[in-house]
Write a protein that binds this ligand. Structure first.
Ligand code: BES
Ligand code: ZN
Ligand code: MN
Length: 538
C-alpha cells in the first residue's frame, strides 16, 4: 500500500478515491475550532448527504459507528461517515483505533484507494497535543501528562495515528491459520490522507515513513505471537529472531542449554527442563558494542517468552489453557521492538533479550519445593512451578545487566492473572525502581497510544516470600500477589528497571471494531518510543 499526504483539505486529493472516510466528532470544542465550516463543505459538495443523514437521526456520532453515503462532487466514489465520538474523550488511542476500525469496515469490499479526511482530527488536536494521552476520559493519567511541555504538530500527530491505524487495521488475524475466511481485507493500494492547508507537508511525509515502520513491527508482533506452540517452540523463536536480525542489521546471539548451564542460569533451566523442546536465551543487539544511545543509556528490553504455559507440575485447569500459547508475547514484543528501532535509526544502541522456554509437566520437570541457584547466585525455592515467568525473567534481567552492561532495564511479560482481572484488557500494570525511568516509560506509552498504570513495590511484602530452604520463594501466600511478582523481579536488578505486566492487554478473546481476536501487539510501540527517546520530556 502506497501512502500519500496532501495539504489542500477536501480538494487536496490527487485522484478520485474508492472511498473517502470523514470523521464525525461530537462536542462544542470541535465546532468552535472550525470543524462545522468544514462539515458544511462536505455536506454541500456531497449534495446534502450529511443533512439527510441527520434528518433521519442516522449520522454516526458514536465512536466506531458508520454510515455510507454517495459522494456527490467530492473526489470519491463513496463516502464513509465514521463516528469518532466526543471531543472530550478523544486521545491518541482513540484516533489510532478509529483509523483501524475504518479499515476493518472495508473488509470484503473491493476498495483499492482509501482517502481519509484528517481536517476534523487536526482541528480537534490543535494545541491540545500534550493533553492527548488520555484513555477513556480526559482525566486519565492527566497528572503525568500535564508535566510534559512537549508540543507536537497536530497534522504530524494525526498522520502518525492514521497510518498506524490503517496498517494495523489491514491485518487479518485469520489469514495465517485458516484455509477459508469470510471477508478478506480490502485490497488497498493507496491511502491518501487529506490534511488542512496549514499543515507542514514535509514533516507529515517523514511521519508516514516512521509510522509505517512502527506499524509493520506491531503487525509482525501480533502475527508471530498468534502462532501456536506446536509451530513456535523456543528454538523457533530463536530462528525467527535470527532472520529478523539479519534483515534489519542487528547482531543475534542464541544462548543454548549447554551455555546456559555453564553460565549458571538455574532459574531459566529449571523452567525449561520439563519440556522436550529445549529453552534458550535470544539476544539481539544494535549499535557499537559498549557504546551508548544519544540519551547516554544502554537500554535492554527483556521479554518473557513462554511458548506454552501449562503451569508445569503446578498444572493449570484445562479450561482456557489454550490461551497460554500467548505467554510468549513479551519476548516477541522486545524482539520486534529492537528490529523496529534498528530500522528507524540504524546503528542506535539497543538490546533485546528474550527468555524462551516451554513450561511442561513431565518426569524430569521441576517439582514444587525444588531449590535452584539463579544466575546472580541467589538461592530460590520454587514453591509454584506456574510462577515461571519471574524465574526466567530474573535470569534474563541479570544477564542483561551483567553481560550486556545495560544501564536501563525494561521487561515485558504476561506475568500474572491478577493484573488481567484487576486492570483488564485496556490497562497494563507497571512498576519499577527508578521514578524518572518509570515516568519516561509512561510518557512513551502515551505517545504510543497505550496505557500502563503503576503499582507500588512495597518492601513489607518481601516477607511473604520467605523460604526456609532458600533465600526466598517464587510464590507465597495470596496477599499482594501482584506486588510480589514485581518484588521478586527486583531481586535480580541493580540499575533503573521498569516492569510491564501485559497479561491483560496482550491478547483479546473476541473481535473489536479496531482489531480481531488474538494478540494485540501490546508493548511493541511503547518500547519503540521508549528506546527512541519519546519518553523524555522536552
Ligand atoms: N502466564 C501466567 C499468567 C497469565 C494468566 C497470563 C492469565 C495471561 C492470562 C503466569 O505464568 C502464571 O501462571 N501466573 C500465576 C502466578 C501464581 C502461580 C503465583 C498467576 O498469576 O496465577
Ligand atoms: Zn506464564
Ligand atoms: Mn504460569
Amino acid at each position: 500500500m502506497r501512502i500519500q499526504v496532501s495539504a489542500g483539505g477536501l480538494s487536496g486529493a490527487t485522484a478520485k478515491s474508492g472511498l473517502l472516510a470523514i470523521p464525525l466528532i461530537n462536542g462544542k470544542g470541535s465546532s468552535e475550532r472550525g470543524t462545522s465550516a468544514h462539515l458544511t463543505e462536505v455536506d454541500r459538495r456531497s449534495g446534502g448527504q450529511l443533512t439527510a443523514l441527520r434528518a433521519v437521526g442516522d449520522a454516526p456520532s458514536k465512536r466506531f459507528s458508520f454510515s455510507t453515503a454517495p459522494a456527490g462532487s467530492l473526489p470519491a466514489e463513496q463516502l464513509l461517515f465514521a463516528g469518532l465520538g466526543s471531543a472530550e474523550t478523544l486521545d491518541r488511542q482513540a484516533i489510532l483505533r478509529w483509523a483501524a476500525a475504518v479499515t476493518r469496515k472495508l473488509a470484503g469490499r473491493n476498495v483499492r484507494r482509501l482517502a481519509i479526511d484528517a481536517t476534523p482530527i487536526v482541528a480537534a488536536l490543535k494545541g491540545d497535543a500534550p493533553a492527548l494521552y488520555a484513555n477513556g476520559g480526559a482525566s486519565f493519567g492527566a497528572g503525568i501528562d500535564a508535566r510534559s511541555k512537549e508540543r507536537l504538530d497536530a497534522g504530524v500527530l494525526a498522520v502518525e495515528l492514521i497510518v498506524r491505524g490503517v496498517i494495523e487495521g489491514s491485518f487479518h488475524e485469520g489469514l495465517d491459520g485458516k484455509s477459508h475466511v469470510e471477508a478478506f481485507p480490502a485490497p488497498l493500494e493507496l491511502l491518501e490522507i487529506l490534511l488542512p492547508t496549514s499543515c507542514d507537508l514535509s514533516a507529515a511525509k517523514a511521519a508516514v515513513r516512521r509510522s509505517e515502520i512502527i506499524a509493520d513491527g506491531t503487525v509482525r508482533t501480533k502475527r508471530w505471537s498468534n502462532r501456536p506452540a506446536n509451530e513456535m517452540p523456543p528454538l523457533g523463536i530463536a530462528e525467527e529472531a535470527r532472520d529478523r536480525a539479519r534483515a534489519v542489521g542487528l547482531r543475534a546471539r542464541i544462548i543454548g542449554v549447554k551455555e546456559l548451564e555453564r553460565m549458571g542460569a538455574g532459574m531459566l533451566l529449571a523452567v525449561g527442563r520439563g519440556s522436550d523442546n529445549p529453552p534458550c536465551m535470544v539476544v539481539l543487539s544494535g549499535g557499537a558494542p559498549r557504546s551508548k544511545d544519544p540519551l547516554g543509556r544502554r537500554l535492554a528490553m527483556v521479554g518473557k517468552g513462554v511458548c506454552f504455559d501449562t503451569g508445569g507440575i503446578s498444572i493449570k485447569p484445562a479450561d482456557g489453557m489454550e490461551e497460554m500459547k500467548m505467554d510468549k508475547n513479551g519476548a516477541i514484543a522486545v524482539i520486534e521492538a529492537a528490529a523496529t528501532v534498528a530500522q528507524l535509526d540504524p546503528g542506535r544502541v539497543i538490546h533485546a533479550v528474550a527468555a524462551c522456554v516451554e513450561n511442561m509437566p513431565s518426569g524430569h520437570a521441576t517439582r514444587p519445593g525444588d531449590v535452584v541457584t539463579a544466575l546472580n547466585g541467589k538461592r530460590v525455592e520454587i514453591t509454584n512451578t506456574d510462577a515461571e515467568g519471574r524465574l526466567i525473567l530474573g535470569d534474563a534481567l541479570h544477564f542483561a545487566e551483567r553481560d550486556l552492561g545495560a544501564t536501563h532495564l525494561v521487561d515485558v511479560a504476561t506475568l500474572t492473572g491478577i493484573v488481567n482481572s484487576t486492570f483488564g484488557g485496556e490497562v497494563a500494570g507497571s512498576c519499577g525502581t527508578d521514578p524518572n525511568f518509570l515516568d519516561e516509560t509512561h510518557l512513551a506509552a502515551r505517545r504510543a497510544g497505550e496505557v500502563y498504570w503503576p503499582y507500588p513495590l512495597a518492601d513489607a511484602y518481601m516477607k511473604n516470600m520467605d523460604s526456609w530452604a532458600g533465600d526466598f520463594q517464587n510464590s507465597g501466600t495470596r496477599e499482594a500477589m501482584l506486588i510480589r511478582s514485581g518484588l521478586f523481579l527486583r531481586e535480580f536488578t541493580t540499575v533503573p528497571w521498569v516492569h510491564l505486566d501485559i497479561a491483560g492487554t496482550a491478547y483479546r478473546r473476541a473481535n473489536a471494531p479496531w482489531a480481531g481476536r488474538g494478540s494485540t501487539g501490546a508493548a511493541h510501540s511503547t518500547l519503540v518510543e521508549l528506546a527512541m527517546g519519546g519518553g523524555v520530556r522536552r
